[in-house]
Design a protein around this ligand. Structure first.
Ligand code: PLP
Length: 306
């Protein structure tokens, strides 16, 4: 599960050895979490490595930076090209790409003043985030005692580095109690999301997921599943979800770039459906994996070939 980093990364406009991708310990980002980042996957396909929805990820990073008033010194297109360059330079066939925009060192006030905006893109060899067993058998999750922060406190649709302390607390607490993942409720008591995943429920053949008003990150995998549900004629409702709907669901699954489509088999000891990955979950998962691996010509526009 631990990712193996590649030997070359991209930083502030150039390719450089991994060991040179550094910043001073007094960098603003280390103290205040003042960065925005992305998690992107690159898959092996018959036509070589392909990065899934790269432009959408880079656009989300630009939007996240915008939410925090950070002026990124590169365009989305330049970041897309830089990502391709990094994967190519490392001869990576498949793996994970982590771009980050952050405030480096200049001063220590909370206001970033003249702290330089730095940009880095690294890539990794990385297998299943929730473990191979989690993907095939489903994961066991628990309602976290930590609530998801509300959109009135943070721009919840932004992927801000500091925002992840909330996820960190939740996932540490869940693992301590022997669960695979945490489910965070929002301040209204509705379902928000996992520490790094969006949630879908299946009930009576219909799909349900929540929306940005639930204080979630607007996942690109979530968006992919929403589009697939239209193409596959699976009815979908985007609405607030309460925990009881998960307890009484026929199926449930998490979505995320690293998580892909991962079935959920248990919530706090309560079996969901029959405790096995459900039919619709497995169908969507199979189509998703086909798409990212370049096996569905109609979705080629989501792939950037390296
Ligand atoms: C908090 C959170 N929610 C949802 C997601 C899923 O987003 P995506 O599908 O874009 O990876 C992630 C993963 O980045 C996340 O960190």
């Amino acid at each position: 599960m631990a990712p193996t980093h590649a030997s070359i990364m991209w930083m502030d406009g150039s390719l450089l050895p991994w060991s040179e991708g550094t910043t001073h310990v007094m960098s603003h980002v280390l103290h205040y979490g003042s960065g925005v980042f992305e998690g992107i996957k690159c898959y092996h396909t018959p036509d070589g490595p392909a990065i899934f929805r790269l432009e959408d990820h880079m656009q989300r990073m630009a939007d996240s930076a915008d939410s925090y008033g950070m002026q990124v010194p590169y365009t989305v297109d330049e970041l897309v090209n830089a990502s391709v360059e990094v994967v190519k330079a490392n001869k990576l066939e498949s793996g994970y790409i982590r771009p980050i925009v952050f405030y480096g060192y200049d001063s220590l006030g909370v206001h970033p003043n003249n702290c330089p905006i730095r940009v880095a893109i690294a890539c990794f060899d990385w297998g299943a985030y929730l473990g191979d067993e989690g993907i095939t058998k489903g994961v066991r999750i628990t309602v976290s005692p930590w609530k998801k922060f509300h959109w009135s406190s943070f721009p919840t649709t932004a992927k801000g580095s500091g925002q992840y302390l909330n996820s960190l607390l939740a996932v540490i607490e869940a693992r301590k109690r022997g669960f695979d993942e945490a489910l965070l409720l929002n301040s209204e008591g509705n379902i928000a999301e996992g520490s790094g995943q969006n949630l879908f429920i299946v009930k009576d053949g219909r799909l349900y997921t929540n929306n940005k008003e639930a204080s979630i990150l607007m996942g690109i995998t979530r968006d992919t599943i929403i589009k697939l549900s239209e193409d596959l004629d699976i009815p979908l409702e985007i609405t607030d979800l309460i925990p009881d709907q998960l307890l009484t669901a026929d199926e449930a699954f998490f979505t995320g770039t690293a998580t892909e489509v991962t079935p959920i088999r248990e919530l706090d000891g309560h079996t969901i459906g029959d405790g096995k990955p459900g039919e619709i979950t497995l169908w969507l998962r199979a189509v998703y994996l086909d798409i990212v691996q370049g096996k569905r010509p109609e979705y080629q526009h989501w792939l950037t070939y390296v």
